[in-house]
Write a protein that binds this ligand. Structure first.
Ligand code: IMP
Length: 427
């Protein structure tokens, strides 16, 4: 079979959960490779409606081994809540496995995320305040605590002691807030450890076995390319890489093992949090998209900023990921539009830019140059064959394929599993 990395092509929230839930029906393994519970993957299927933050979106398919990879940071409280919620809905979670190398989000991470945002004042990044940045910082600063540490209370206590000594000095001396209690965190996390212990394993060898057996393996990305710390709109980015390349590092496989890279894009674009967004629509059209598509954050409930499809950003995203296929979601949101715009270039200081600038202050001053295409003004919700989509919708997609130099292989025209049209096999 094959290894397919599924990656957000924009600023996250493209509908990766839905795509993975669907493809997982044929897969044997789904491995999440980056991010933490800042992600919110919405899945609607016969079990109900779920917003998954950490559990891979393949959990609804019982034959799928679901791995939370080493590249993920885990808030144990949030993960346990998610597992309980799934079990209460009759979903079997016994096929979930957590990498012992995955780092943990500790109470000081969430606290510091909030304090750092407040310190930035007007320059706040608009983080989800889930402690993601501080947890990944500790990972590279070699101060982190990993899931595997929960399996040995002495090791856990010793790591917690040294980390907390340092964190409490920052909390009290820099931020002048109360220190956190070692005993309370220790007890709380020992309890989490006892509950999570049956799931914690060395996972790269499990994935390696699956590779030998030639299983279909899906690598589940989180967030989107434009939030990548290197290639995104720095510093308005997240703290782990959402790119396809991170799919290898975040699960422990060779980059050469990845056969296909599926980029998930919305038919328009959204962003939540701060930072530049050239095609943002602050008018009635933006509001219309938000209300029709219910564009509110799955994790924080914040209204998402909405805009026309940005093909400059899309092309860049396609370039840095090497997409073999695209899944285009939310096409139905345009059903009532009489015309639709696509940004094909930017104007900056009287010059035309055909590339995505690395400097956020330049991107913030870029004006979109639009191409306008006719809308179709009919419902696509019940269409199941690509050929039966209105010609204007197919023309819109053909133009996106041209601009992104990549074929669209999946199209979604509604939130339900069956509202996904497979144009061609991605395998
Ligand atoms: P953090 O990942 O919580 O540190 O937030 C950094 C930036 O990434 C903020 O702009 C967040 O709104 C954004 N972000 C983080 N996770 C997601 C996501 O799953 N979807 C969309 N935006 C996200």
């Amino acid at each position: 079979m094959a290894v397919v990395a599924i990656v957000g092509g924009q600023w996250g929230d493209e509908g990766k959960g839905k795509v993975i839930d669907l493809l997982a029906e044929k897969a044997r393994m789904v491995a999440r490779f980056s991010g933490g519970d800042n992600a919110g993957h919405t899945v609607i299927n016969p079990y109900g409606e779920f917003k998954l933050h950490l559990v891979p979106s393949g959990i609804f398919s019982p034959q799928v081994t679901c791995i939370i990879g080493n590249g993920v940071v885990i808030n144990p409280a949030s993960l346990l809540k998610e597992i309980d919620d799934l079990q209460n809905h009759g979903v079997d979670t016994s096929h979930l496995v957590i990498s012992d190398r995955a780092h943990l989000i500790m109470p000081y991470h969430t606290l510091l995320d909030g304090l750092e945002e407040e310190r930035r004042k007007q320059k706040a990044l608009g983080t989800t305040r889930r402690g993601i940045g501080p947890a990944f910082s500790d990972k590279v600063a070699r101060l982190g605590i990993r899931a595997g540490d929960l399996l040995n209370k002495d090791i856990f206590l010793s790591h917690l002691k040294s980390a907390l000594e340092f964190k409490n000095a920052i909390l009290t001396k820099v931020y002048q807030v109360s220190p956190l209690s070692l005993e309370e965190i220790y007890e709380q996390y020992c309890h989490y450890g006892e509950r999570l212990a049956p799931f914690i394993r060395e996972t790269s060898s499990i994935i390696h076995e699956a590779l030998i057996k030639e299983w279909l393996i899906l690598l589940e990305g989180a967030q989107g390319t434009l939030l990548d710390p290197d290639f995104g709109t720095y510093p308005y980015v997240t703290s782990s890489s959402p790119l396809a390349g991170a799919g290898a590092i975040g699960t422990g496989i060779s980059p050469m093992a990845i056969d296909r890279v599926l980029g998930v894009f919305k038919a328009y674009i959204t962003r939540v949090g701060g930072g530049p967004m050239p095609t943002e629509l602050k008018d009635e059209v933006g509001k219309l998209i938000r209300e029709k598509a219910h564009e509110y954050g799955a994790t924080t409930g914040r209204p998402r900023r909405c805009g026309w499809f940005d093909a400059v950003a899309g092309r860049f995203s396609s370039q840095v990921n090497g997409f073999s296929d695209i899944a285009l979601t939310h096409l139905d949101i345009y059903d009532s539009f009489s015309s639709i715009k696509i940004c094909t270039a930017y104007e900056f200081n009287g010059r035309t830019l055909n590339y995505f600038p690395s400097d956020s202050s330049i991107l913030g001053k870029c004006q979109p140059i639009y191409e306008e295409l006719p809308g179709w003004q009919e419902s696509t919700a019940e269409i199941r064959d690509f050929g039966k989509l209105p010609p204007q919708a197919r023309r819109y997609m053909a133009r996106l394929e041209e601009l992104l130099s990549c074929r669209i292989s999946l199209v979604s025209i509604g939130p339900r599993r069956e509202q996904m049209i497979q144009v061609r096999s991605i395998l």
